[in-house]
Design a protein around this ligand. Structure first.
Ligand code: ADP
Ligand code: MG
Length: 184
């Protein structure tokens, strides 16, 4: 380094520390793109080690839900969607056995706030007539929807979305997102 280069180097360094002292963004930071703004307030990501743990987590979410809420439950076959809904339904006071509605589209269970459980797996897409059949499930219930992706634009906006993924035979990654602070 020549003398001149050294001086330039030193003055650049002191300029840098001046920015730091003044708690200003350095020019590089100032130019960096702003971090993405997320409106997701609840974002919970846990690994459960048994179906019972998944049910218990679902029960925690259930405690934050109210009539009219829709919960979208996504994940591949066997990921634990129905298990999750079962735990939530129990916590909401459903006494009947909660099983997969794969062959019926939906169940509606009596409880202090009725619980609906839909599985849209077999729907390729919803047309207005089909929506007419589905709409009552959302009326005054807390509604859980498996395969919400198949409902397209028709589904009411979900208050919370749950995404389950296989980790291994007994472990599942469970993500719960909501634009509300659910206090989970
Ligand atoms: P889906 O509705 O996503 O097809 P199910 O809930 O019907 O899935 O089935 C999940 C299967 O995985 C059940 O047999 C359940 O006992 C098993 N399992 C094993 N570990 C877990 C776990 N940690 N959470 C949820 N289910 C689990
Ligand atoms: Mg299922």
């Amino acid at each position: 380094m020549t003398k001149v280069q050294q001086i330039i180097h030193r003055s650049k360094k002191s300029l840098q520390s001046a920015y730091v002292l003044a708690e200003l963004p350095t020019p590089n930071e100032a130019r960096a793109p702003a971090p993405p703004v997320s409106d997701t307030i609840t974002s919970l990501d846990v690994v459960t080690g048994s179906p019972e743990e998944t049910e218990a987590l679902a029960a925690r979410l259930a405690g934050r839900l109210r009539a009219g809420d829709v919960v979208a439950v996504s994940g591949e076959l066997g990921a634990g969607k129905t298990t999750f809904v079962r735990g939530a339904a129990r916590a909401l006071g459903v006494r009947e056995p909660v099983s997969s509605p794969t062959f019926t589209i939906g169940h509606r269970y009596d409880a202090p706030v009725p619980v609906a459980h839909l599985d849209l797996y077999r729907l390729a897409g919803i047309d207005p007539e089909e929506w007419g059949d589905l709409e009552p499930y959302f009326d005054g219930t807390v509604a859980f929807v498996e395969w919400p992706e198949h409902g397209g634009e028709w589904l009411p906006e979900a208050r919370a979305t749950v995404t389950l993924n296989h980790v291994d035979e007994s472990h599942r990654q469970v993500r719960i997102d909501s634009e509300d602070d659910l206090g989970l």
